[in-house]
Design a protein around this ligand. Structure first.
Ligand SMILES: Cc1ncc(COP(=O)(O)O)c(C=O)c1O
Length: 438
């Protein structure tokens, strides 16, 4: 069992009365298992008391940058104060222990052993480390799509300048609202060639909010990979940031080889934190780019003048001194999420997003870009408003104190992204504001 269950913690006292979580890092077993959600969801209105937000704003932008719930804020403050008092001795006593506790907590969430978990500072940084570290060479190919975000495309382009591999982008659909899971899987499987070594996808597209059927895509890759030696298999790498902290799943259930996600969005974790989750096959095909401070073996190898051997999650975790008070508070963010319950988070996010989508679908001046089907969408709701650019629509919504965003994509959409901090009343208020844009 994972350590984040924090024996003795009363969930009602944490979530109902707003008490801080006790330390979650006492014991850090190497093998984690994703625990079941509590039987009942929390009282969502009381849960909002965990955030110190300006409630005069309706913040529908969890997909951008998180505010932290109380246990995370308190952990960050506790570590910052202790570093202010005893920077060296507190660092020495806690650094490896707390970074490893964060890795165990992430492993518990994703149901993988700690050795398969690396830490990074953001989705962007993790994606770059993965694509820079893959064993690609000239004559080999990365398959991605035209729908992926700048971060995936640019990290692949920069890596290809060094390793000489080629990048091919395909379309998965002719429009997200009409996309079908079967058709997307079919197009991907049909596009794999003998040269393809990496499939680089995004779990939930941050332009349209379309959620890809990751498990079905992994299943379609299995027979192709069964014919290949491990070094030639198609590694399935996913920018998972907008599914992580929303969907109730694990790495084995998703079936991909790499999943990278910032923790400072839907998980409401400390700013500047992220995770990289690897399959054993992925680790066998990756090299670190930034020297780690986390793996004792790496230091011994340097001192002894020998190769430290294959990569693992610790070696993939960049070293250097950093905003330790944030990294060290990551386990509390996972614990908070787990105490709410992954299944309850997923159901609540779906409920709010579906309410928003059906309200928008009924407005003649609005065209939804996100599929209505929760199997093909998560918490991102994207749309166009007739006669207004996405930027203008976002600004007009802000005059109502409804906080959405537009994305740097072409085409761009207005995005409202309800999360567990929001209520059905928030969604209805946002719908009123969008109705007023007619
Ligand atoms: C799909 C996707 N990946 C990555 C990012 C960047 O995430 P981070 O801020 O964690 O680097 C974003 C933007 O928010 C995004 O939409």
């Amino acid at each position: 069992m994972g350590s984040t269950g924090a024996p003795g913690v009363d969930r009602r006292s944490l979530l109902g009365l707003g008490l801080a979580a006790p330390s979650v890092v006492a014991a850090a077993p190497a093998l984690a298992q994703s625990p079941p959600s509590p039987a009942a969801p929390p009282d969502w209105n009381r849960l909002r008391g965990q955030w110190d937000l300006d409630w005069s704003e309706v913040d529908l932008s969890a997909m951008l940058f998180a505010a932290n719930p109380k246990p995370v804020r308190e952990a960050v403050a506790r570590h910052r104060a202790a570093l202010g008092r005893n920077p060296i001795t507190y660092l020495e006593a806690n650094n490896r222990r707390l970074q490893n506790a964060a890795r165990v907590a992430a492993g518990t969430y994703f149901d993988v052993p700690v050795e398969q978990v690396g830490l990074c500072e953001s989705t962007t940084a993790g994606i770059a480390l993965v694509y820079a570290g893959l064993d690609l060479r000239y004559g080999q190919e990365v398959l991605t799509t035209v729908h992926d975000y700048y971060v995936t495309h640019e990290a692949l382009r920069l890596a290809a300048r060094r390793n000489g591999a080629s990048i091919r982008k395909i379309a998965l659909h002719e429009g997200a609202p009409g996309a079908s899971a079967e058709e997307m899987v079919r197009r991907i499987a049909a596009a794999i060639t003998p040269a393809t070594r990496v499939l680089a996808l995004t779990w939930v597209h941050s332009s349209t909010g379309l959620k890809l059927p990751i498990a079905e895509i992994a299943a379609a890759l299995a027979p192709i990979n069964a014919q290949r030696a491990p070094a030639d298999r198609v590694l399935f790498c996913v920018d998972g940031v907008h599914g992580f902290g929303v969907e109730d799943t694990t790495l084995p259930a998703l079936g991909c080889d790499v999943l990278v996600a910032g923790c400072h969005k839907w998980l409401f974790g400390p700013h500047g934190t992220g995770v990289m989750i690897f399959s054993p096959l992925a680790l066998s095909r990756l090299s670190p780019t930034i020297p780690t401070f986390l793996s004792p073996g790496a230091y011994s190898a340097w001192l002894g003048g020998y190769d430290p051997g294959p990569a693992d999650g610790a070696r993939m975790t960049p070293g250097g001194f950093k905003a330790f008070e944030h990294v060290w508070s990551l386990a509390e963010a996972f614990q908070f999420h787990q105490m709410v319950g992954k299944a309850h988070v997923a159901a609540r996010t779906r409920e709010l997003a579906s309410r928003l989508k059906s309200g928008l679908a009924a407005m003649p001046h609005v065209r939804l870009a996100t599929p209505a089907d929760p199997r093909l969408s998560a918490g991102i709701v994207s749309f166009e408003v007739a006669g207004l650019s996405p930027q203008a629509a976002v600004q007009r919504l802000r005059t109502w104190r409804v906080i959405g965003s537009d994305a740097p994509y072409s085409p761009s959409y207005v995005r409202l992204t309800p999360s567990i901090r929001n209520t059905p009343q928030d969604v209805d208020f946002a719908l009123q504001a969008v109705a007023a844009l007619a």
